[in-house]
Design a protein around this ligand. Structure first.
Ligand code: V47
Ligand code: SF4
Length: 384
């Protein structure tokens, strides 16, 4: 039944041979190559891309749409790096404009969620020279002592590269120390765009693409899964986007340690790239769809709703996306400071489920590793 829509596409006389060939490959479960990925961006219209991406999405996950119950801790926005797209950080020399949470502040934030059915804490922030590897290892240990069952997803590869360099340990040693203190996985941030020329243009002083990939490969080796992001919609070309996805796809073939691919739309508020216009919602949907089609070995594609907005997140569920992150609880500032739709991102579980059911999908609460916690289809919230 699901394949029928694609068979109809292939029959369409106005579809060019390149697009027909790709549709047949998708139907046969064959991987598309680099040139075909670029071709999709250049020639696939929204309807075509949506049909293919939705076919793959439904084959992998049916109508299931995952979310989790999480909150973020951003220990500081003071950062030694100066990414041109970042609206959130403050350079060390302007530290009086930023924030620095103490260990007690952070532990108190964790305690605010006592008794609430949260399963994950996501810890990321600026790269502060005073917050090193041992500081964070001890912090995670204390979080876990207070709440042993919570999943700690922490530190982008950018933060980890700096921490390991300063502590003079290898990535493997550094990651093992964090794991031994209770860290469970890595978020996908800091990947930005891997093409070296583009990376130099938008964030030339932080970890390189090769280092980002090496840190994730090492994390997978020591038993910590991770996510991967891509910052799109600035100076990059379609070829750069496929190059980015291709490097991730190759690493995933090697390790199988990635859970989710998260395309992040560049937002231009209050940063050094404010003159770069933002791409359209159509472009966002096409990008999700091509990601779903190209990243055949990534189990999940996530639309991060605080960044993209609730309505586009709903639409994206027909363009390959099967995950819309979590309840967040108004605990991140990264996107609101860059001008994203969601100025105070928080959704109750009921609101999240309604968003999903309103577009005829099936809400599933998951843990960080996609184990099903609660099937919320038709759930009666008045009784809870
Ligand atoms: O690496 C910063 C991005 C990322 C802007 O793993 C911006 O589950 C757009 O990685 N416009 C950090 N994007 C956030 C992140 C993340 C978020 C949610 C879930 C997960 C996960 C990871 O935010 C940075 C950068 O790519 N970012 N500034 C901006 N102006
Ligand atoms: Fe620092 Fe991250 Fe902002 Fe770059 S994106 S300036 S590394 S906080």
């Amino acid at each position: 039944m699901r394949g029928q829509a694609i068979a109809q596409l292939v029959e369409q006389s106005n579809l060019d041979n390149g697009l027909k060939k790709i549709a047949v490959k998708v139907m046969r479960n064959e991987r598309i190559d680099f040139e075909e990925g670029v071709y999709l961006f250049e020639h696939g219209d929204l309807g075509y891309l949506g049909t293919l991406a939705n076919y793959i999405r439904e084959k992998k996950h049916g109508d299931y749409t995952y979310f989790n119950r999480n909150f973020h801790i951003e220990p500081t926005n003071i950062c030694v790096f100066d990414c041109k797209f970042c609206s959130y950080s403050r350079l060390l020399k302007h530290r009086q404009e930023g924030w620095e949470l103490s260990e007690d502040d952070i532990l108190n934030k964790v305690k605010e969620y006592d008794g609430k059915p949260i399963t994950e804490v996501h810890i990321v922030g600026g790269v502060h020279p005073k917050m090193g590897l041992q500081y964070f290892a001890d912090l995670i240990k204390k979080i876990k002592e207070h709440r042993p069952e919570i999943h700690v997803k922490a530190f982008t590869a950018v933060e980890l590269e700096y921490m390991c360099r300063k502590a003079k340990v290898s990535y493997q040693e550094g990651l093992q120390i964090l794991k031994d203190h209770g860290q469970d996985s890595l978020p996908g941030g800091g990947a930005e765009i891997f093409d070296e020329e583009m990376r130099t243009r938008i964030c030339d002083d932080k970890c390189t693409s090769a280092e980002w990939l090496e840190i994730h490969e090492t994390a997978h080796k020591v038993g910590m899964p991770s996510n991967a992001t891509m910052l799109y919609g600035h100076y990059e070309s379609f070829t750069h986007r496929i190059d980015h996805m291709n490097r991730l796809r190759e690493l995933q073939d090697k390790t199988g340690g990635f859970n989710t691919f998260i395309p992040l739309k560049f937002r231009n508020g209050n940063n050094q790239m404010s003159d770069v216009p933002e791409v359209s919602t159509i472009e966002d949907l096409k990008n999700y769809a091509v990601s779903r089609i190209y990243m055949d070995n990534f189990p999940h594609i996530k639309a991060y709703w605080p960044m993209i907005g609730r309505e586009t997140a709903q639409l994206s569920l027909n363009f390959g996306v099967n995950d819309i992150d979590g309840t967040i609880d108004d605990s991140t500032k990264i996107y609101s400071m860059a001008g994203a739709e969601e100025q105070s991102p928080a959704l109750s579980t009921e609101q999240l489920c309604k968003l999903i059911e309103d577009v005829k999908r099936h809400p599933i609460e998951r843990d960080t590793l996609y184990k099903v916690i609660t099937d919320f289809k038709g759930y009666d919230f008045s009784k809870s």
